[in-house]
Design a protein around this ligand. Structure first.
Ligand code: GLU
Length: 449
């Protein structure tokens, strides 16, 4: 195991992860990268009804696409014995007690408290039951759920994001840790796992702040001490709504399928709502060096898909051939021309898939657009001899300018239409040597009489 910090990302596999979940995963991963720590992927799959193996698989795929390779992975559904022994220990030290109220009874009590203007906190009636009263309830067939007895104290922690933080636990109900049917709610298994896996830093969304106060008390009861905690601000969509796993909105897989660059998703997911400018990065290590948990802002951070698309294009434009070699090869963009091709076209791509079209323009067949055959014949006649390089375009068009008397758009546009079949695109100076003399001659003479 690592000597550095140990962090974990703990999604419940009940849907596809979205950009907000990716923010949590990445903040953990980048922290582990920077501190040479261990990143654990833990599936919180104790909810058997809603957890699905295919969601767990899709989460792994999404994380791998983002560049996150967990050093260790586990599922809560396979670790029940650990939770049973944690619950036993809490019972033995008097911190976990049986309560028999039904949901309706609790609801009635809450309403009564509210009517009296009191906070709706569980009144701990179950703690006052005698052994005989408990036995009588059991004899009626009632099964208990189990509550953690909170110390009525203020819990303090130094939050990695928010700084000194505290919550007064006397304003909270004793949380239910075990349901009537013996199954666990999220709170206890998470702590039992964090202790067992020696998690040193819990980095998660600020929707967990109240859980943290409760969990710190459980950590202290079970292990004597708690890990460090950091709560990052949550992402909202462009209209300010929270993101939900269930709607599939902004899911990582839909962004991937939509041709968005993984590095752009990563950069935006962690830089938005921070003191750092949102900008393209060339690698996760570069991002790891830029991200500082203390620089996250405390308000909600808006995620805008249009901003992501623009960032994705800028990310692509800056990626060197070396970083793209394999992905280009997967598009069958290979061979000696692949590298100059990438340099020629990358600045014009909104997404990588478009590179295939430009590869066909330079290496395959196209339908040239011929508007002025006589001018194109004149252009063909003064094509410089091979071999061609990046200077050929300048030599050729200077000669053509002199012989035709044309300049600007009148000179260049018919050449672009004939050579590429398109209205716009990458610099012709870079495309021309890739198209080559034979194809260029063919395209310029395509409709010659
Ligand atoms: N399964 C919990 C969630 O997805 C994990 C929270 C935590 O990091 O402890 O919200």
């Amino acid at each position: 195991m690592s000597n550095g910090p140990i962090v974990r990302f703990a999604p419940s596999p009940t849907g596809r992860i979205h950009i907000g979940n990716a923010r949590t995963a990445l903040l953990n991963w980048l922290f582990a990268m920077r501190e040479r720590g261990l990143f654990i992927l833990r599936f919180d799959d104790t909810d058997r009804e809603r957890s699905r193996a295919e969601y767990a698989d899709s989460i792994e795929t999404d994380l791998a696409w983002l560049g996150i390779i967990p050093g260790f992975q586990c599922r809560q559904s396979e670790r029940m014995a650990l939770y049973d022994s944690a619950a036993t220990k809490l019972r033995e030290i008097g911190r976990l007690y049986p309560a028999y109220e039904t949901a309706e009874e609790l609801d009635r009590r809450r309403k009564r408290q509210q009517a009296l203007g009191r906070p709706p906190i569980y009144d701990r009636a179950a703690l006052r039951l005698s052994a005989e009263e408990r036995a009588a309830l059991e004899a009626q067939g009632r099964r208990p759920h189990w509550r953690f007895r909170l110390e009525p104290a203020t819990v303090h922690w130094e939050d990695m994001v928010r700084g000194p933080s505290h919550i007064d636990c006397s304003s909270l109900s004793d949380p239910v840790l075990v349901r009537e049917d013996g199954s666990y709610l999220y709170t206890l298994p998470s702590v039992a796992d964090d202790i067992d896996l020696r998690v040193s830093h819990v980095i998660r969304g600020e929707d967990h702040v109240t859980n943290t106060a409760v969990q710190i008390q459980i950590f202290e009861a079970l292990a004597g001490k708690a890990p460090s905690f950091g709560h990052h601000n949550l992402l909202t969509d462009a209209s300010g709504e929270g993101l939900s796993k269930r709607t599939g909105a902004l899911s990582i897989s839909s962004l991937r399928e939509g041709g968005v660059e993984a590095l752009a998703v990563a950069a935006l997911a962690v830089l938005v709502g921070s003191a750092e400018a949102v900008r393209p990065v060339g690698s996760l290590s570069e991002l790891a060096a830029a991200v500082d948990l203390t620089h996250l802002s405390h308000g909600a951070a808006r995620f805008d898909e249009a901003e992501l698309r623009a960032l994705s294009a800028r990310t692509l434009h800056a990626l060197p051939y070396e970083a793209m070699r394999e992905r280009l090869a997967a598009l069958e963009i290979v061979g000696a021309d692949a590298e100059p091709f990438w340099s020629a076209v990358r600045g014009n791509l909104a997404q990588l898939g478009e590179a295939r079209d430009w590869w066909r323009v330079t290496q395959g067949e196209i339908e040239p657009v011929v508007e002025e055959p006589a001018f194109l014949a004149q252009a063909a006649a003064c094509l410089p001899p091979a071999p061609w390089d990046l200077t050929t375009w300048g030599v050729w068009t200077s000669a053509l300018k002199a012989s035709s008397g044309r300049k600007g758009k009148a000179l260049f546009h018919p050449l672009r239409l004939a050579l590429t079949g398109r209205e716009s695109g990458p610099e012709l100076a870079a495309l021309l040597p890739l198209i080559g003399r034979i194809k260029a001659l063919g395209r310029l003479s395509a409709h010659a009489a």
